[in-house]
Design a protein around this ligand. Structure first.
Ligand SMILES: [Zn+2]
Length: 688
């Protein structure tokens, strides 16, 4: 997944409260037969909500009628900040509530009499929308927030009364003052604007896990497209006036993505898709819509990358729900079919660069920092993204290399047909691929999903001999334990070009004999980087992230005192995001990865004193500050941050943490004017 401004989280799974999985596995059966078009009466729980919001006054008032077609005991929950003016369960008044954290809850005893009707009339105040928050802060707040510039009521804030641990269908009617527009996921049934204000009615007929409500002074643009089978799909942008001119470009991009994925996977499962702007730097995906910050939407590359990723989540994530307890496959598959697929369309080189980035990021993790794919639920920090998105995407690539594109795509189409609106696991995906390919894929899925880490493969030896028909190359490959069953691509460079071979490596050490006609000169391991593996140090030169994520890394602050010392410490804290392990600058070189921060002369003197390589040519005398990595002879990585003076060091605090994927960055003030990764070297053995 593309990170925007270095910190963006795509939050799917509003529709499945995964902490409560045992229940949802049971529900999956009832959800299974459900298609959104005709599901309202099959949902066990249904909300009929009318809500009036006044963003200027930051008030909300609502009325909800909950229909529960179940006799079991239920828990009704509402945010604690709200006041219940009236509440009843059938003919009985709602009793006292119990308070836990920010929520209040009522126990509703089981009753054979069905359906039960729960009615709640509530009101309360909303928090002020704080546009200065960055994305993780916005996420962490979980507060219903409102202002004239925008309203965001996350499901998790308990802005409406809901039944805990239950999927539900809903109707939501939103009332707002004139000039404001509001939206929730689902189908816009009708809307109107009168002297009294704006009113919109939405319905979401399939059981879903929560309702997020957004509103703002939106200009709405609409476009209609014909989906697969002639179905009408409404595309809309809800944009703030300052970006209204971007609407038509976004609408046409969304149309293109829906067409792409309809032909690749199957019909778009909903009746609309909207792109909604947010005054805060957010990035959320929900069924039928995506909610992205105004500044994010302005970035020119969003339409060609993240937007497609969000659209695709309507198939993977919000069309087929991942079984979180067994691992979330949807981010990896979405990354593979969106972000990575766009690179493949661009050029083979662009695709290889993306694979190289994935492997380099993985190599930058210290051992034990990653976890098996089956434990991935959603992105919480860098390491989970590297596994949950990148390793999973690469697993799909290896699977496609194994099965061929046609079989791979057919299996995905079959998976979609069978699992639409169901909760599906990695095992269901494996089942679809096995059925269509007629191959046993158990060991493939097993090794890539249930193990942490990655294979480490090297060419132990390569020899050339003469044969009757030309030449013979004996290649010995080695892999570290635990052994994987790998298809290792190997290139043999001859005087006439390069020949690709695939070697089936199953043991710790294996020798393969290859016949080659032209004189072989060199054997190269996986030159295209199609195998998920831990790159060797030469193949993965250090990047800044290594020092950022490695919990063993120490910090050396060269300024001894004063304001600049404080600045250096703040910067280190931002980069490492944990309690710093400070080592005095006067100490000998620590035998641990290290982050070194200082002013120019201090840095040069420190490097010289420890006989470390001088400031690299590519950054020397450029900009007002520089950061670069050094691979020490003992294998430890060093990240050096050097600034001309205190102010140029302070200027790095905001931007530098976003450049973890680089080996070096040059800054002029807070602006990066140069950056890059040190060149990689392939694993190759010359033949003689
Ligand atoms: Zn995603």
């Amino acid at each position: 997944m593309r990170r925007i401004g270095g910190a963006r989280l795509y939050r799917i799974g509003r529709n499945v409260a995964w902490v409560l999985l045992p229940f949802f596995v049971a529900t999956a059966t009832s959800a299974a037969s459900v298609v959104p078009a005709a599901a309202a009466d099959t949902a066990e729980i249904h909300y009929d909500i009318t809500v009036r919001i006044n963003p200027g006054a930051r008030t909300i008032e609502g009325r909800s009628v909950i229909t529960a077609k179940t006799s079991e005991e239920l828990t009704l929950v509402l945010g604690r900040r709200f006041e219940v003016m009236h509440g009843r369960v059938d003919a009985t008044s709602l009793g006292p509530s119990a308070i836990t954290g920010k929520m209040r809850a009522w126990r509703i005893p089981g009753d054979k009499q069905m359906p039960r009707r729960i009615e709640v009339h509530w009101r309360g105040e909303l928090s002020a929308l704080d546009t200065s928050l960055d994305h993780p802060q916005t996420l962490g707040r979980n507060e219903p927030a409102s202002s004239d510039a925008g309203t965001f009521l996350p499901d998790s804030s308990g802005w409406y009364p809901y039944i805990a641990e239950k999927l539900a269908s809903y109707h939501v009617s939103i009332e707002l003052p004139g000039g404001q527009r509001g939206i929730v996921a689902g189908r816009l049934v009708e809307e109107s604007e009168t002297d009294e204000g704006y009113r919109a009615h939405f319905e979401f007929p399939a059981p879903t896990g929560g309702i997020d409500l957004m509103a703002g002074p939106y200009k709405v643009e609409t476009s209609t497209m014909r989906g697969a089978g002639g179905k009408t799909i409404q595309l809309r942008t809800y944009f703030h006036p300052q970006i209204a001119d971007l609407a038509s470009a976004y609408l046409s991009s969304v149309k293109g993505y829906i067409e792409l994925y309809e032909s690749w996977i199957g019909a778009y499962p909903f009746t609309e898709f909207s792109v909604v702007s947010s005054p805060t730097p957010t990035g959320f995906g929900m069924p039928t819509l995506t909610y992205l910050g105004i500044e994010v939407l302005r970035l020119p590359f969003i339409r060609s990358t993240s937007l497609g990723h969000e659209v695709l989540h309507n198939w993977w994530g919000n069309g087929v729900y991942p079984d979180y307890a067994q691992g979330n496959w949807s981010e990896g598959l979405t990354t593979f079919m969106a972000d990575y697929a766009y690179k493949e369309r661009e050029s083979p080189e662009a695709a290889r660069e993306m694979r190289r980035g994935w492997l380099r990021d993985f190599a930058a993790l210290s051992p034990g920092q990653d976890a098996p794919l089956t434990t991935f639920t959603s992105r919480t920090h860098g390491a989970t993204q590297i596994v949950g998105y990148n390793k999973a995407a690469m697993t799909f690539l290896m699977l496609r290399d194994l099965l061929g594109r046609e079989t791979f795509d057919q299996a995905l189409q079959a998976f979609w047909r069978e699992q639409r609106f169901r909760i599906a696991s990695w095992a269901d995906l494996r089942g679809a691929f096995q059925t269509v390919s007629k191959q046993d894929l158990n060991s493939f899925f097993d090794q890539w999903l249930t193990r942490a880490g990655a294979p480490v493969v090297r060419i132990a030896e390569a020899k050339r001999t003469k044969s009757d028909s030309g030449y013979r190359v004996n290649v010995t490959l080695e892999q570290a334990a635990p052994e994987y069953r790998l298809r290792v691509p190997v290139a043999i460079r001859t005087g006439e070009g390069e020949e690709m071979r695939t070697l089936d490596l199953e043991h710790g050490r294996q020798t393969f004999t290859l016949d080659v006609r032209a004189l072989p000169l060199e054997v190269i391991l996986d030159p295209d980087l199609r195998l998920f593996r831990r790159l060797m140090p030469d193949e993965a030169p250090p990047i800044l992230r290594q020092i950022m994520v490695d919990r063993a890394a120490v910090t050396i602050l060269l300024p001894e005192s004063g304001e600049v010392r404080g600045t250096a410490e703040t910067l280190a804290g931002k980069l490492q995001n944990r309690a710093l392990k400070l080592v005095p600058a006067t100490d000998s070189l620590p035998s641990a990865p290290a982050l070194v921060i200082g002013l120019e002369e201090q840095v040069d003197a420190w490097l010289a004193r420890h006989q470390l390589p001088r400031r690299p040519e590519i950054v020397r005398d450029k900009g007002s500050a520089q950061a670069w990595t050094v691979s020490r002879s003992d294998g430890m990585t060093l990240a050096v941050v050097s600034a001309r003076e205190a102010a140029s060091l302070a200027a790095l605090i905001r931007p530098l943490p976003h450049y973890g994927r680089q080996s070096y960055v040059i800054f002029d003030g807070a602006k990066a004017i140069g950056r890059g990764a040190w060149p990689t070297r392939v694993q190759a053995v010359k033949l003689d």
